[in-house]
Each structure stands twice: as C-alpha cells, then as structure tokens.
Design a protein around this ligand. Structure first.
Ligand code: PHB
Length: 359
C-alpha cells in the first residue's frame, strides 16, 4: 500500500504514529517569566494525536525575545512548566519537540533586559513594526553582534537544548527560518558583515553550523531537526541567490544526519514569494527526512508523501482550530474555521475551546 499521512514514520529517534505534524505556532499565552501555565498544558495535550507536535517558537535567552508573553527555555521555572506539557502529551501517546528561537533584530528594547538594543548580524533596521506590550511600534536599528559575542549565542542554544531534554522533550528543532537571527545570518539582505560570518555563502552559513554542531553534541543528531524558509519575505527578508544559498545549507547540514529538515515552502502570513525557487531540487539535496509546510491540505499532503517529496507534513492554522485534525482528516469530517483574532495572546478562548468531533 502507498504511504500516506496516516502511515507511521521515524524521524531520527522519534517514532511518529502518523505523518501529520503540528507546526510551530506563536500563541503568546505564557505566564510571567516565560513560564508555561495550565492552559498551555491543556492546549498541547488536546493536540497529542498529531504524529509530532513542534512547540511554539521558544526564546533561548532573555535577549532572544521579540514578542509579548512568549514561553522561554532558559530558566528552571520554565523547565518545570514545560515538563507538565511534555508529561501530558506523552500520557496521551504523543511526541513533542521544542523549537529553539532567537529573534535577532525582530524585537524592541521594551521587550529586552534593561531596554537593550536588539542584536543582529548587521545594524540594518527591518521595515515593519514590532509587537510590544504597548502595541505596534516601529522597529529600531539593531546592534551588530561583535565577533567575540558569537560563542555566547552558540552556548545559549546548547544550554537551551540541555534544558529542553530535562523538560522531557523528545528532541529540539533549530529555528533557522522566517527572518529571525539564524536566517538573518544566512541571507545577504540582512547580513552585510565583512568578517568570517558574512560575505560568501560559506561564511553566512558559519553561525548556523556552529549552533547545529553544539545542539547535536548536546542532544544527539537523532533528536535534532531544523527549519528553514528559503524564500519567505516575512520580516523584510531577501537574498540575492536563494537557490544557491539554501542548496548549500542543505548540503552542509547533511553530514550531521539530522532527525529531519523542515521547510517552509513559501511566504507565511499570506505573503507571496518574490523569488522563483525549486523545492524539489532542494529536496533532492536533502539526505534527512523532510517535513514540508505551508498551506497543505489533506490531498496535497497525501500526494507529497506518496510521491516521496515529503516524509511528513506540518499543518499550522488547521491544528489551531482542530485539536482532532488527525481524526477529521482520516474520516473526511468537516474542519472548524480558525478565528484569527484570537491567534496571538488572550485567554483560553480561541485557544483551548475549539470543539472536538466527539465530546
Ligand atoms: C509570528 O509571531 O508571526 C511568527 C513567529 C515565529 C515564526 C513566524 C512567525 O517563525
């Protein structure tokens, strides 16, 4: 029988009961101190029938924050909060990894310790507005990281990985997508450094490979996934040669034998893509299992798995509105519509109160 969304699969050491992955989704509902709280436990537990849950993007340090009410993974209180989440997901037979995040320039002094400037590869202000506790405000010009600061960033990823394992996650996903710090180093629209971390593709890959090496050393390669978004323009991102850059990223990651590569195959938040890009060609480069993401439905997901393009499919918005998305797909049941006004922040409403098919 042909493989489909409901076939089991192993991503590294993580055994999935089906190939429907819950994509990382920012929901801005953590408690004070970036500590996951009771409603976060309920939300993830409700979605444990997914083959794999990827947590919302989670800052690895106080300087990695860029939005209100994010959960973190750098204090003991956060570990204790996450442990309740992973215990609940595991008790329901689910698997869960945490997405490790540093936002870089996509932040604001009001969200950072002592009103610090956001950090970035280069002091280039992104177009757009930051989401702060005071509402939307213009981004500021970030501060370019000094060479001597980069080992500290790598160490923060390593520390967060160790805490993630202590919190009971089945693995970690390195967030190298969507215009945040590691993606800012990769793409030449945001990286204009003249040292070993900028200029050539090889140099722009350096921080990502150092982070990957540290995370793999801490967790084991079979527990580490990584997410990229080669042509996503979100967060004012661009690159002069995306295909060459991201084919090189995948080639350079292959020796790590990661559990999976997770690819956002377009522009998020309804943004189109500016550049032509051949995702099949990228996939041909990839020796790890491949998770495809962005606007897949059941039919396209099954087709991508049957053709060998993808080993699993990550669904975002459908999992917000349908905790039992796996059952709905498998029985061709209608889907709940998602209410975008409750995506970011707020209460249990629009978070844990979407109805299941069966009460
Ligand atoms: C968002 O909050 O809009 C967001 C966060 C993380 C992402 C992408 C988008 O990777």
């Amino acid at each position: 029988m042909a493989l489909d969304l409901f076939s089991p699969v192993k991503l590294g050491s993580i055994a999935l009961k089906n190939r429907m992955v819950m994509a990382p989704l920012t929901r801005n509902r953590a408690a004070e101190g970036g500590v996951p709280q009771a409603m976060n436990v309920t939300y993830y537990e409700q979605r444990a029938t997914a083959g794999l849950i990827i947590s919302e993007a989670t800052p690895i340090s106080a300087m990695a924050h860029g939005y209100p009410a994010l959960p973190g993974i750098y204090t003991e209180a956060q570990v204790a909060g996450w442990k309740k989440v992973t215990d609940a997901v595991h008790a329901k037979g689910g698997k869960m990894v945490i997405q490790l995040w540093h936002v870089g320039r996509i932040s604001h002094p009001s969200l950072l310790p002592n009103g610090a400037l956001p950090v970035a590869p280069s002091a280039i202000k992104p177009n757009g507005k930051a989401f702060t506790y005071q509402g939307l405000v213009d981004y500021v010009q970030p501060r370019a990281l000094e060479l001597i600061e980069l080992p500290g960033i790598v160490a923060d990823y390593e520390h967060a990985t160790k805490l993630a394992l202590a919190a009971g996650f089945d693995g970690v996903e390195i967030h190298a997508a969507n215009g945040y710090l590691l993606d800012q180093f990769l793409r030449d629209g945001s990286n204009q450094r003249t040292d070993n971390y900028g200029g050539s593709i090889e140099n722009r890959l350096r921080l990502l490979l150092e982070v990957t090496s540290a995370v793999v050393t801490a967790a084991g390669s079979d527990k580490v996934g990584l997410r990229i978004s080669p042509v996503n323009p979100f967060n004012d991102m661009k690159d002069s040669q995306p295909q060459a850059l991201f084919n090189a990223v995948v080639d350079a990651l292959n020796p790590f034998k990661l559990a999976y590569l997770h690819v956002v195959e377009g522009g998020i938040h309804g943004g189109g893509i500016a550049d032509p890009f051949d995702f099949s060609a990228l996939r041909q480069h990839c020796l790890s299992p491949y998770i495809a993401n962005l606007a897949y439905d059941k039919a396209r997901g099954n087709a991508a798995i049957a053709s060998g393009h993808a080993d699993a499919i990550a669904y975002g918005v459908p999992f917000i509105a349908n905790p039992d998305l796996v059952e709905r797909f498998s029985t061709d049941a209608p889907l709940n519509a998602a209410d975008s006004s409750s995506f970011y922040g707020g209460s249990e409403h629009g978070y844990t109160d979407y109805p299941f098919l069966k009460a």
